[in-house]
Design a protein around this ligand. Structure first.
Ligand code: MRU
Length: 342
């Protein structure tokens, strides 16, 4: 199973996703600040993987503290710093919250015991994500017809999670059950997570795929070549509105126009019950340079400016269902999401 995050004897190892598919380089990190930097520059990316990396980063933050007071101070400093790394994926804040709760629950214990509990919680967050993804894959595959062709955007596979993936996990699961004919991958401008990362994963697993430029999705759907569109999520608001990689909303509009189901695929850790609707989700805007110089190669005249939102919001009314580890959620999402969380 492709897993982008490993904990090895006090060291956090991350597969550097900025170098894929050409080079497989593992970073060995021992400082939380370096993990925050890896999150910021997308060496580790994808909502669940970011949360898992941040959880281990908090363990690193307490590596050499001498007493509880110093540990408390370090934990709040690292929690604050990691929270600022990226704003949209709620899994980051969810994982930091869970780690802080466990720390507080062990306040009265000897320092090594409290540190061990923190490491155990990070490992639990990691393991639960993988287990959840396997369940998500099974729920998702059940919704798909035999011989199906799917369309997806961004990378939502093992690389973006603890392992197996969410939307790409459903692709894997459909393939394992003999239901999949082909998966179409949007290349996912500007950073090409679809072309670089999804293709790398599917090639390794020998799952059939074809790549298309993002702008070709409409023609593909119009030609009747897609049975379902599957996307991941960075944050799902309490009403079901969903933030995901820029271009997801476009796919939702196209799917609706062509009568094709549009599924959001995500663990419940991606649901933010405190954000009532999508217009309250903070959307990360990244450096214009990513658009102006794809893969580092200048593509527009010097002096050109670019708008570079990393995510967009798909309104709940365009979402056929939300596939979670708990089961398949249907509209009205206020009710089905609240039920799943309860
Ligand atoms: O900017 P990225 O590459 O971190 O964006 C990732 C996505 O948009 C994914 O679809 C989302 O995080 C879900 S990953 C299972």
């Amino acid at each position: 199973m492709i897993q982008p995050v490993r904990w090895s004897d006090g060291v956090l190892e991350l597969l550097d996703q900025t170098l894929l598919p050409n080079r497989e380089v593992w970073l060995s990190l021992v400082r939380w600040e370096d993990v925050a930097d890896a999150i910021r520059r997308l060496a580790v990316r994808g909502a669940p993987a970011i949360g898992i990396a941040a959880a281990y980063a908090l363990v690193l933050a307490l590596g050499d503290v001498r007493d509880h007071q110093e540990a408390d101070q370090r934990l709040s400093e690292a929690s604050r710093g990691l929270s600022q790394a990226r704003p949209t994926a709620v899994n980051l804040f969810w994982a930091i919250g869970r780690m802080n709760e466990v720390w507080n629950a062990h306040a009265g214990q000897a320092l090594p015991d409290a540190q061990a509990a923190l490491l155990a919680e990070a490992a639990r967050i990691h393991d639960e994500d993988v287990e959840g993804n396997l369940r998500i894959g099974a729920h998702g595959a059940e919704l798909l017809p035999a011989g199906c062709s799917l369309l997806t955007i961004c990378n939502t596979g093992g690389l973006a999670t603890g392992g197996y993936g969410t939307a790409l996990g459903v692709v894997r699961s459909a393939w394992e059950r003999g239901k999949l004919e082909v998966t179409y991958l949007c290349e996912t401008r500007p950073l090409l997570q679809g072309a670089r990362l999804n293709a790398w994963e599917l090639l390794k697993d020998r799952i059939p795929y074809r790549l298309l430029v993002d702008g070709a999705a409409g023609a593909l759907l119009r030609a009747g070549k897609v049975h379902a569109v599957l996307v991941g999520a960075d944050r799902i608001a309490a009403n079901g509105d969903t933030a995901n990689k820029i271009g997801s909303y476009t796919l939702a509009c196209l799917a609706s126009r062509h009568g094709v189901p549009f599924y959001v695929v995500a663990p419940l850790s991606t649901v933010d019950k405190d954000t009532p609707s999508g217009d309250r989700i903070p959307i990360e805007e990244r450096d214009a340079h990513e658009v102006l110089a794809p893969l580092g190669c200048p593509a527009a005249p010097e002096g050109t400016d670019a708008w570079n939102p990393a995510f967009d919001v798909t309104p709940a009314e365009l979402i056929t269902a939300i596939i979670t580890e708990w089961g398949v959620l249907r509209p009205p999402y206020e009710t089905s999401i609240a039920e799943a969380l309860a």
